[in-house]
Design a protein around this ligand. Structure first.
Ligand code: THU
Length: 160
């Protein structure tokens, strides 16, 4: 037997102001989307913005439901809309911002496992990496050069 080490490299920006211009404006779109979240139960608002290789930007926010599991995360709202509207475009980057309405959220909030799996599907499909940037409502911004980097040992279509 042997021990296997799995590594993930992340880049940490000390603040929003350190982001490259194009990513800062994508994150601005995610912030606008966050303010449109429908989250009366958790009071936790999430916004996501996706940049496509054709220059389009698609946004999404979390949409909750009185039947809790019927709600959907911001990232999946955005990525499934993208898949439905732009099936042939490649996704270049996704920016995510999240924050509670009841307390300050200054730590970077990564996408949940289900969202990582959903984004991974499109990364596999398009055969090129999707950059992921995530933050709270303020503070540091984390960048992953690909979704796979956030989901080691992921399950994909190659196993089917
Ligand atoms: N949420 C997202 O929108 N994205 C995530 O990656 C994690 C969680 C939402 C779902 C729910 O509306 C609220 O945040 C609290 O879990």
């Amino acid at each position: 037997m042997k021990e296997v080490n799995i590594e993930s490299k992340l880049i940490v920006f000390d603040s929003f102001d350190e982001l490259p211009k194009s990513i800062a404006s994508l994150m601005e779109k995610a912030k606008e989307a966050r303010l449109k979240a429908y989250a009366p139960y958790s009071k936790f608002l999430v916004g996501a913005a996706i940049l496509l290789d054709n220059g389009e930007i698609i946004t999404g926010s979390n949409q909750e439901n009185a039947s809790y599991p019927s709600g959907l995360c911001a990232e999946r709202t955005a990525i499934y809309y993208t898949g439905a509207q732009f099936p042939n475009a490649k996704i270049v980057s996704m920016a995510i911002t999240a924050g509670s309405q009841t307390h300050e959220t200054s730590t970077p909030i990564p996408p949940c496992g289900a969202c990582r799996q959903s984004i991974a599907e499109y990364e596999f499909k398009q055969e090129s990496p999707i950059e992921i940037y995530f933050m709270g409502t303020s503070g540091k911004v984390v960048k992953s050069h690909s979704l796979a980097n956030l989901l080691p040992l992921g399950f994909d279509r190659s196993f089917l």
